[in-house]
Design a protein around this ligand. Structure first.
Ligand code: GDP
Ligand code: MG
Length: 740
């Protein structure tokens, strides 16, 4: 059976992924943001006995080469030549969505239009005559609701019909006014005569792209034939000069204006009717009047954020306790059933305490992701971006930097890697670089368990407030750093920004469940693979090379001495009468305690002597300025691999050699009781962890996106130095004020 290629294309948030999931059954991310990914996804299905491969293209507003998304989408269409494109348009936002449709029509590729979200349109009192639109555009227009699959059968039937017709690409002609129309015809003549790029694009399309100054087509043209490209370019220059002189605009703007004119002329023919009063505010608009209000909006935003943390910490407290008990139980079981030795130590200290510490936070992470999914699916997160834009401009960032910040963990619980990649949609290189370098300051999903651990242990009465404080602080630090970067190494003018707000929607239970689970599962998977591996490596570094023989023998001798004392006590005890026995058993208890103390001192000595211990100790003179002892240093070094490793390493370090070594205690309690920790140190550590070098995956990503390692090194050095200065200041001042 031969394969059929179909593509789904449309504006961001038009519902492509929702339809894609409905058709293929694949589980995909359904988000509200442009630019979360520029990859396209494939799925397959059988329609009418035909095996069909369907591709979910990245969302775009246009088909020019302005952004990665547009390039990816267009290249796919040109190179793969799908039999039909399903162009999804948002019925409640027809005019804007049809702009992209126009460009498909001009490309001539066979399309059917999925008129999506007719439920939303209906709620807003908008009615659209699909048959009339079909007639005027000359392509099938099928109303659907992607969310529940209504109309999708008809849509696919229409798509198959178009695909089976197998017509050549026929570009639709849109008039661009006298000057440009004439030039287009002239250019087409040259293009057709020379067969210039005609294998890929219809000649009319190439001509228009030259007028639009599409960089990608320009450089393809140069590769194809320098002389023809030269001829075309000079014609374009002369017509540009002409339009600039007569109308003061470039051909690009004339083209865009005429496209909108074309759309308006169609819509004016009774396509859209409003069943409500025109001036009655839509529900979304009314909600937005409050939630994005200049003064009340930010207040509401802070309250919602605080509510999120309150919800997360309160509701997760009990299940987190259960998880901790599970791992304490596992540890005890292994301890009681396995002979002492390196394997047991690895299982307990490396695997159970390490990974267990990270997995213990699964309920918390789940609640947090649930809350964030609600904010995201309802459309509120887009409002956050909208409000932040006003603030961002003050700090030299761009409105489109907001999403990368939120993706990186602006609310908590994201990841800087997709955040860094999401900066690709930004057009100004300097604004992009400033964003790229500051998004790692956000509290990503890996820092959350570390913060939760320390906040939970040292500030258990005000968990949500502390989380809120650290979130706002992360923003503040990121924005100030951005400002500094933008006024020094990345100086440059700001670029304008417009943003469309999607309407509010009620999140569906299924959508929330899938989102929450996907993200939680990623966290679990990371704990079970990467974190487990690092945890075992760090355990080994904390175990070997072990104590030198003479020292080990020394400890053994001390133990032997006490053992024989205990034996002696026992003998005396049995020969005395009962009243004296009580006193003596206290004495023997003391001896027992001494024995434990020796064990602990030995294991601490062994940890210190280990590879990691030696490094941690050698850093202690410096790190003490910020209040960190050598064990904390080990954890912080581990954090460069992945920030969760800080939790697992602290777990291992404090289970291998702590003074009051009561191994069957959750890590938080162990830290709380440790003489090497207190509140000031906890805050100093949290600050350091939030702001020091990004984890190495992020660093690699920064290098890749920036195109040079220079910026990646800069980010590691700058962040670490900054974090250290901050921690030292907080520790010194805090201790001076006696807050410890
Ligand atoms: P994409 O960016 O084009 O992939 O759009 P998505 O598939 O991610 O959809 C964006 C949002 O619109 C999601 O919250 C969907 O649940 C929602 N959505 C998609 N189709 C419909 C629909 O027909 N009706 C309603 N009410 N919501 C929809
Ligand atoms: Mg999508």
């Amino acid at each position: 059976m031969n394969k059929f290629l179909m593509a789904l294309a449309g504006n961001p948030n038009a519902g492509k992924t929702t339809l894609f999931n409905h058709l293929t059954g694949a589980r995909q991310h359904v988000g509200n943001y442009p630019g979360i990914t520029v990859d396209y996804k494939e799925g397959s299905l059988t329609l009418d006995n035909q095996h069909v491969i369907i591709t979910d293209l990245p969302g775009t507003y246009s088909l020019t080469a302005y952004s990665e998304e547009e390039v990816v989408a267009r290249d796919y269409l040109i190179n793969q030549r799908p039999k039909v494109v399903i162009n999804i348009i948002d019925a409640s936002n027809l005019e804007r969505n049809l702009y992209l449709t126009c460009q498909f029509l001009e490309l001539g590729i066979p399309i059917v239009i999925a008129l999506n979200m007719i439920d939303v349109a209906k709620d807003r009192g908008i009615k659209i005559k699909a048959e009339k639109l079909t007639e005027l555009l000359g392509v099938p227009v099928i109303p659907i609701i992607a969310r529940n699959g209504q109309g999708t059968d008809e849509l696919m039937t229409a798509a198959m019909e178009v695909a089976r017709e197998n017509k050549p690409w026929i570009p639709t002609h849109i008039s661009y006014g006298e000057d440009l129309d004439e030039t287009i015809l002239d250019l087409m003549a040259i293009i057709d005569e020379q067969n210039f790029l005609t294998e890929s694009y219809p000649s009319r399309y190439t001509a228009i792209k030259y007028l639009e100054h599409d960089d990608l087509i320009l450089s393809k043209g140069q590769d194809e034939s320098k002389t023809t490209a030269q001829t075309i370019e000079s014609q374009v220059t002369s017509v540009s000069d002409h339009t600039l002189k007569t109308t003061e605009v470039f051909p690009e703007s004339i083209i865009a204006d005429h496209r909108y004119g074309f759309i308006k002329s169609i819509l004016r023919q009774g396509i859209v009717t409003h069943t409500f009063d025109q001036d009655r505010l839509h529900i979304t608009d009314r909600i937005d009047k409050v939630l994005t209000n200049r003064f009340f909006g930010p207040v509401a935003m802070l309250l919602i954020l605080f509510g999120l943390y309150q919800f997360t910490f309160t509701w997760s407290e009990i299940p987190v306790g259960w998880m901790e008990n599970v791992f304490v139980f596992l540890g005890d079981t292994v301890r009681n059933n396995m002979a002492e030795g390196p394997l047991r130590s690895m299982l307990i200290s490396g695997v159970i305490d390490g990974v267990g510490g990270v997995l213990g936070f699964v309920p918390l992470i789940m609640f947090m992701f649930l809350g964030i999914s609600i904010l995201e699916d309802s459309g509120y997160l887009a409002r956050v971006a909208f409000m932040m834009d006003r603030i961002f401009r003050i700090f030299g960032l761009h409105g489109s930097s907001v999403m990368p910040f939120i993706i990186s963990g602006g609310i908590a619980g994201g990841c800087a890697v997709p955040g860094v990649m999401a900066t690709r949609t930004m057009r100004s290189p300097k604004e992009r670089m400033a964003t790229l370098l500051t998004v790692p300051f956000m509290n990503c999903g890996a820092k959350v368990p570390v913060l939760a651990l320390l906040i939970g242990a040292f500030f258990s009465d005000h968990k949500a407030s502390y989380m809120m404080f650290f979130t706002l602080l992360a923003w503040l630090v990121a924005l100030i750093s951005a400002k500094i970067l933008r006024s020094t190494v990345l100086k440059g003018a700001p670029t304008p920004f417009v943003m469309e707000l999607p309407p509010y929607r009620f999140p569906t239970a299924k959508g929330l469940a899938i989102h929450t689970w996907e993200r939680t599962w990623q966290y679990i998977k990371k704990a079970g693979t990467v974190i487990l591996a690092f945890s075992v490596v760090l355990w080994a570094m904390m175990t070997y090379p072990g104590l030198p023989e003479d020292e080990a023998a020394n400890f053994e001798a001390q133990r032997q001495a006490i053992m024989s004392d205990i034996d002696a006590e026992k003998i005396t005890q049995s020969s005395e009468d009962a009243t004296a026995g009580e006193e003596l058993s206290t004495a023997s208890q003391e001896l027992q305690d001494q024995l434990t103390t020796i064990d602990v001192i030995e294991s601490e000595a062994a940890l210190r002597h280990s590879l990691a211990g030696q490094i941690g100790t050698s850093l202690e003179p410096i790190s003490q300025m910020a209040g960190f002892e050598w064990r904390t240093n080990i954890a912080l070094m581990g954090g460069f691999a992945a920030k969760e490793v800080i939790v697992s390493t602290l777990g291992t370090a404090y289970s291998m050699g702590e003074i009051e070594a009561d191994a069957s205690q959750p890590l938080g309690d162990r830290l709380l009781e440790s003489p090497h920790w207190n509140r000031v140190i906890a805050v100093s550590a949290m600050l350091f962890i939030m702001f020091y070098a990004p984890c190495f995956v992020t660093v690699i990503c920064i290098a890749k996106e920036a195109g040079t390692w220079k910026w990646a090194y800069f980010s590691m050095a700058f962040n670490t130095v900054f974090a250290f200065i901050l921690s030292v200041a907080v520790y010194q001042i805090g201790m001076f004020l006696g807050l410890g």
